[in-house]
Design a protein around this ligand. Sequence first.
Ligand code: FE
Ligand code: FE
Ligand code: ZN
Length: 278
Amino acid sequence: MLRIGCHLSSSKGYLAMGKEAVKIKANTFQFFTRNPRGGSAKPLNVADMEAYTAFAREQGIAHILAHAPYTLNACAKDEGLRTFAKNTMADDLYRLSYLPESMYNFHPGSHVKQGPDAGIDYIAEMLNELLKPEQKTVVLLETMSGKGSEVGRTFEELRSILDKVELKDKMGVCLDTCHVYDGGYDIVDHLEEVLKEFDAVIGLDRLKAIHLNDSKNPFSSHKDRHEKIGEGSIGLPAMVRIINHPSLRELPFFLETPNELLGYAAEIALLKEHYKEV
Ligand code: FE
Ligand code: FE
Ligand code: ZN
């Protein structure tokens, strides 16, 4: 069974997202934990989280993915921004402790002239302060396209962060198809080689989720602009190979394409149609 969903607005709460997912025939979804461009979060609503959890169990929704705000930069030069990143992630992880089976995805950050090595050290330092042996939420580093001074364009940079984190079983990677393609990994013509490289550098056992996006820009453009499935430079045949690949087909797929709900429902139906049950 294809595990697929899309990014949903969290403004009406968890139960509302669960119902929306069912409406568009998704069996998972992604959401922002808080205002993605600010950082403010709504008060914790445990009753809503519990109602959602019961509903999700009933409907077979699982492996949902929380996305950290874009303003969270664990490797900012400014100490105040790093403290904001740490406090935000700590609060997000606390909230997610109410949602069994959730994962948490974040952008490693932008090192802004400090160099990737300094950035990697800051990111690992924050994770080592925050991760707890008893936590159930797995934290995912997202693969980035490499615009500006983003850390995480190469598999090697992600590996360096993972190497420095003590509680390794709390960590994983989320591969964004638009980001890696824009970042210079040719998943259209050389998917097999890219996955071999991922396995050699990071290990495919660390790959926990896929952001399934087409790209508005050509290969290796370092741009990061998502396109609807089949309408960009990646194209539908490559998407179909990705969702059916033996190393990927069991993972949850999350659409972050420029769509309203109806558009998402159509993409979910399209991808389900092209998924080969084995
Ligand atoms: Fe992201
Ligand atoms: Fe993404
Ligand atoms: Zn993106």
